[in-house]
Design a protein around this ligand. Structure first.
Ligand SMILES: [Zn+2]
Length: 70
């Protein structure tokens, strides 16, 4: 989507292909993940959470957020 021209064959494409896997329960979904899924990037590592885990995770994430995030 926001790829620089001529950069489509970089090895980061390996993380873009294949099904997305919930980092919590291991559920899989085809690309692109459903709207209920959540994508979070931590230290450059992308993690997906399914709808169920997103809800559970949201509370945990909000409880851990630094105040300056808001
Ligand atoms: Zn899950």
């Amino acid at each position: 989507m926001t790829r620089p021209p001529g950069d489509s064959d970089r090895d980061d494409s390996s993380t873009e292909s294949g099904p997305v896997v919930c980092a919590r329960c291991g559920a899989q979904a085809a690309q692109p993940p459903p709207l209920t899924w959540t994508c979070s990037v931590d230290k450059g590592v992308r993690s997906y959470f399914c709808g169920t885990c997103s809800r559970d995770n949201l509370r945990a994430i909000e409880g851990r957020l630094d105040s300056d995030w808001w």
